[in-house]
Design a binder for this molecule. Structure first.
Ligand code: GRF
Length: 212
């Protein structure tokens, strides 16, 4: 893997909202749990907390609004332009609510985290508390989160890892969402560590994880 000047993996984060996942990645990095640099963030919205968090952390932050890049091709071109100077090893989608075309240089280098056990409760329209509301409506007894490689579909790429938890009788979309997010805070950094350690190999639909 190409590495940045200080030997650490260079990671770009793409977001559209509150930036909780970015915040968690930064906290993990600060605690020495994640050996990465995040030199660049791209947001599809200007006035979101995710942008504030990125700027406060001194990260170069680009806003590419969907109306300025209305197709997946146009959006990917703009994102690629923002990432190009940074020698990016890995692109993380972190609450990114727009469809990209996966450029050849991103294949096998772009991850997403989704707040359900994919392939359940994924795809267009399944984001935020809608996911957890659908889980409750379906009477699920377990749910969780999924980290997966990004492919041409919505939430359809090869699964890297999943974490699950029990649904409680009195759960609301909010209480469930909070517990799932706590799992996400462990799962995403873990997937990043596996990636940067070179332990992930995509074998068709299956991601093989090499032993440590
Ligand atoms: C997380 O629940 C993640 O699973 C999904 O977006 C949420 C993070 O978005 N992809 P944000 O950081 O709160 O904006």
């Amino acid at each position: 893997m190409a590495r940045g000047t200080r030997g650490r993996a260079q990671v770009a984060v793409l977001l559209s909202g509150t930036g909780r996942s970015l915040e968690n990645l930064l906290a993990c990095r600060a605690r020495g749990e994640l050996d990465i640099d995040i030199p660049v963030v791209v947001s599809t919205r200007a006035d979101v907390r995710g942008v504030e968090i990125a700027r406060a952390a001194g990260i170069e932050t680009h806003v590419v609004r969907r109306r300025d890049a209305p197709s997946p091709d146009a959006l990917s071109a703009r994102v690629a332009e923002a990432l190009a100077p940074h020698g990016i090893d890995l692109v993380l989608l972190a609450g990114f609510l727009a469809q990209l075309r996966v450029l050849p240089e991103w294949e096998g280098r772009m991850l997403n985290i989704h707040p359900s056990l994919l392939p359940l409760f994924g795809g267009k329209g399944f984001y935020g508390s809608r996911v957890h509301a659908a889980v409750l409506e379906a009477g699920m007894k377990v749910t969780g989160c999924t980290v997966h490689f990004v492919d041409a579909g919505y939430d359809t790429g090869p699964i890297v890892l999943q974490r699950c938890l029990a649904v409680q009788e009195d759960d609301t979309p909010e209480t469930l969402g909070a517990r799932v997010f706590a799992l996400e805070c462990e799962a995403y950094p873990e997937a990043v560590r596996l990636f940067i350690a070179g332990r992930l190999r995509i074998d068709g639909r299956v991601v093989r994880v090499a032993p440590a």
